[in-house]
Design a protein around this ligand. Structure first.
Ligand SMILES: Nc1ncnc2c1ncn2[C@@H]1O[C@H](COP(=O)(O)OP(=O)(O)OP(=O)(O)O)[C@@H](O)[C@H]1O
Length: 373
């Protein structure tokens, strides 16, 4: 919190007319939405006390679109992704609503998950070894995924598994399908889990940092593979990432999270060039410019709140302690996500109207000169 920060004399978010207070999804009519998430909450209990991790998140994913979910470590990205698949860890308490084409998934019975998971929504995890069994061949595991949702013969399932491996660029797929996961390189294993996620042609693929364990060249190849597989089937993709370069190259829209809450969302180009929250402006300011002999890194000072700080911090904006524009009301009340100048670009910041003028300068006061690698 910066008590010296000027009050906003211009157009406070409170002054946004009610018709501009957009519900998520006003970019498309509800009928076009594939996934509708409202007030999603995921929390745990420590010593009997609730510890919130995802705090009232609302967003939509339209059929066929790519939504990137971005935020620092601990923002709640993975828990959000796992909640869409009913795969939050033991002890997690999930509330709110997740609807797939109108069907509620929060607290859905097993029969619903049997129909949805792996068939209509599938997961590409960060670590392939977390989902691939070491004791079965890769082909057997993909064929089993086919047979878990379709009544097909073993040989038909096997053929589909081999075709799925071919489609993600595994050379000599018929032979490789008979290998065990440990006989694959890290990149090949990740291709195999993409094949497994796509083999049943789901409507939505949830990819949780699917390439972070790989080197940069492999990351790019894998993301291209995922993009091609997605385009072939028309699946939507929810892509969790830390990397704004990946967002710029692969997503249609981006949702920025901070401390379990929605901070900003909108079309990628718009959010990355005209951010309307200080947090997004800070993330962008910490990116090295592409072409210069030196890069000016302006990291956001401080770090995200711990669970204990969050609980102690009340209901204010969790970013306020790090925010150069924070004022009294920011610590008091968390700003709702409202539409900015465009109804498809929402920001949860009392002072978003000032960002057009102030955004580029917010985090550049004391930049460090760092020689480019
Ligand atoms: N099983 C668990 N028990 C208790 N707290 C948990 C558990 N899993 C996650 N959390 C807490 O929930 C918060 C959000 O976790 P999550 O993994 O969703 O963050 P993230 O944004 O995906 O971070 P990262 O980028 O590091 O993966 C974190 O503070 C984390 O400590």
């Amino acid at each position: 919190m910066n008590p010296a920060a000027p009050m906003n004399p211009a157009a406070p978010a409170d002054a946004v007319p009610p018709e501009n207070r957009a519900a998520p999804g006003n970019r498309a009519t509800p009928a076009e939405e594939l996934l509708t998430v409202r007030d999603l909450r995921v929390g745990f209990r420590r010593h009997g006390r609730p510890v919130p991790a995802v705090r009232g998140l609302s967003f939509d994913v339209a059929a066929g679109e790519v939504l990137a979910v971005v935020g620092e470590s601990g923002a709640g990205k993975s828990l959000t992704a796992l909640a869409l698949l009913g795969l939050t860890p033991p002890g997690a308490e999930v509330g709110g609503s997740v609807r797939l084409r109108g069907r509620e998934l929060v607290d859905a019975p097993r029969s619903v998950w049997r129909e949805v998971r792996g068939r209509r929504i599938s997961l590409v995890p960060q670590d392939a070894l977390a989902v691939l069994s070491p004791v079965h061949t890769v082909g057997e595991q993909i064929a089993a995924a086919v047979r878990s949702v379709r009544r097909v013969s073993r040989s038909e399932a096997w053929s589909r598994a081999v075709a799925a491996l071919e489609q993600v660029g595994i050379a000599d797929a018929a032979r490789r399908a008979r290998a065990h996961p440990h006989e694959f390189s890290g990149g090949m294993r990740q291709r195999a889990v993409i094949a497994m996620a796509m083999v049943n042609e789901p409507e939505l693929v949830v990819a949780d940092e699917p390439t972070t364990a790989l080197d940069a060249a492999l990351q790019a190849q894998l993301l291209d593979t995922l993009t091609q597989a997605r385009q072939r089937t028309g699946a939507a993709l929810l892509l969790v990432t830390h990397d704004l370069g990946i967002v710029a190259g692969h997503a249609d829209r981006v949702l920025i999270m901070y401390a379990g809450r929605h901070m900003e969302d909108g079309p990628v180009r718009r959010v990355l060039t005209e951010p309307r929250t200080p947090y997004t402006a800070g993330l962008l300011a910490s990116l090295p410019p592409e072409r210069s002999t030196t890069r000016r890194l302006a990291a956001i000072p401080g770090s995200p709140p711990t669970a204990r700080e969050l609980l102690a911090g009340g209901d204010g904006c969790a970013f306020a302690p790090r925010c150069p524009l924070a004022e009294e009301r920011c610590a008091g009340t968390a700003p709702p996500a409202v539409a900015t100048e465009r109804t498809d670009h929402r920001a949860a910041c009392h002072r978003w109207p000032e960002l057009a003028a102030l955004g580029p300068t917010l985090f550049t006061d004391e930049p460090a000169e760092v020689p480019r690698a």
